[in-house]
Design a protein around this ligand. Structure first.
Ligand SMILES: [Zn+2]
Length: 235
């Protein structure tokens, strides 16, 4: 093969590519224009329509996440030595990253092992004008047989939101006992000016649940389910 054949062949190929891309582009432009003529006649511009389509479900929502206890307040202690304050933080951090993925503005009452007063926690929700204050806890009871998850609200207007989140909690493979949506007289939901829910995501005093709450699979599932519940409840 002679070298002088290569040059025109390559050039032809390049022209073909350019021509093809050009044809595709003009067909896209034509398509967009014809759609615009029929579908978006009453809308101010095409850009706004695209922005709405790309909007994430929790965009514009502020959620204050409250990992229970912290610092000198360890919360409950499991028989295997687990501190509630550590599991609440782990869980809240997992929920936080999933909420951010869905477009939420997340503010944590604590993001490390620090003591924060109950007053400061509720005040943060007010300062941030939160759409939701979500407190994460794990239960304990003197009888180690007791197990399951409970969702608490304090004000009647928060009951539907509590139910939306609670309904998603049990979309798990595991057989976790459903202890229901209950009225709770806890400071962080009682003294809150914002919609406020408190989750008790299992009993640290039950050996099975103490082990499970720290497992990667439970953490992944529960944080996904809670975020789905928040989307349903705030949507
Ligand atoms: Zn607690």
């Amino acid at each position: 093969m002679g070298g002088h054949y290569d040059v025109p062949m390559k050039t032809t190929a390049k022209y073909l590519v350019v021509a093809t891309v050009g044809a595709i582009l003009s067909s896209i432009i034509l398509h967009t224009h014809s759609e615009g003529a029929t579908k978006t006649r009453n809308q101010p511009s095409k850009t706004i329509e695209i922005d709405e389509e790309l909007k994430l479900p929790l965009e514009g929502k502020t959620i204050v996440l409250d990992p229970g206890h912290g610092g000198k307040d360890v919360g409950s202690t499991g028989s295997q030595g687990t501190y509630e304050k550590d599991v609440t933080l782990l869980t809240a951090l997992n929920i936080s990253s999933k909420l951010v993925e869905q477009g939420a503005n997340v503010v944590m009452t604590r993001a490390d092992d620090t003591f924060i007063s109950l007053e400061d926690r509720t005040e943060l929700a007010q300062i941030e004008d939160a759409d939701l204050f979500l407190s994460i806890h794990f239960d304990a009871f003197e009888c180690s047989d007791v197990h399951g998850m409970t969702t608490y609200y304090n004000k009647s207007q928060d009951q539907d939101l509590a139910q939306s989140i609670h309904d998603e909690l049990f979309k798990l493979d595991t057989e976790i006992k459903d202890r229901g949506v209950m009225f709770g007289d806890y400071h962080v939901i009682r003294e809150n000016t914002q919609p406020a829910i408190l989750l008790e995501l299992g009993y640290i005093s039950n050996a099975n649940e103490e082990k499970r709450m720290q497992s990667e699979s439970f953490q992944e599932q529960i944080s996904t389910n809670i975020v789905n519940g928040v989307i349903n409840g705030l949507g």
